[in-house]
Design a protein around this ligand. Structure first.
Ligand code: ZN
Ligand code: ZN
Length: 172
């Protein structure tokens, strides 16, 4: 079972599903077409993983791009809450696409652990995979890049490696 936490360990979580890619296995990098891959993802929105280059992820995580995994809320467990963990915080912002994004972070160590969105994927926990424990993190492999127009100009695209290139968010 994948597990993760903030860097001080106050906020812990786990989930029952593997954040495995749902891209069709017979789609090879040589023959994949970004639209085909996007269509597959669109029809199987659960559990998929991506690098998100959006401006909100960049700012929230303080990094070049966010690596995230979508986990159905029913499969996600945490005992951390504002009541149980003194450093548990959440903050809601308006994403540049207009939806409300609520992200959870630890006020002691500053780690942002996951986020939720009120539109697009309302039934998903969007885990920042850098907070996964090592063995769980190593299972991470993105199947898409979102908001590629904001990708850092010096960062190489993963196009052609089975990673869909998506402008904005795909349809959920
Ligand atoms: Zn912490
Ligand atoms: Zn993002």
């Amino acid at each position: 079972m994948p597990t993760g936490s903030c860097i001080c360990g106050a906020i812990k979580y786990s989930f029952d599903v593997q954040p495995s890619a749902k891209v069709s296995t017979h789609t090879t990098p040589e023959h994949s077409h970004p639209q085909d891959t996007l269509r597959v993802i669109t029809h199987t929105p659960l559990n998929h993983q991506c690098l998100c280059h959006c401006l909100s992820c960049r700012r929230i995580t303080g990094t070049t791009a966010a690596s995230v995994a979508l986990i159905p809320k029913a499969d996600f467990q945490t005992t951390a809450s504002a009541e149980s963990v003194p450093s548990f915080r959440q903050n809601t912002i308006t994403h540049e696409a207009g939806m409300q994004i609520t992200y959870v972070f630890c006020s002691d160590c500053g780690t942002t652990c996951w986020k939720t969105a009120n539109a697009g994927w309302p039934d998903q926990i969007i885990v920042f995979t850098g907070t996964l424990d090592d063995a769980s993190f190593e299972q991470f492999k993105p199947d898409a890049e979102f908001w590629v127009k904001y990708r850092a100009p010096w960062l190489e695209s993963l196009e052609g490696k089975g990673v869909a290139q998506v402008q904005g968010f795909p349809e959920a």
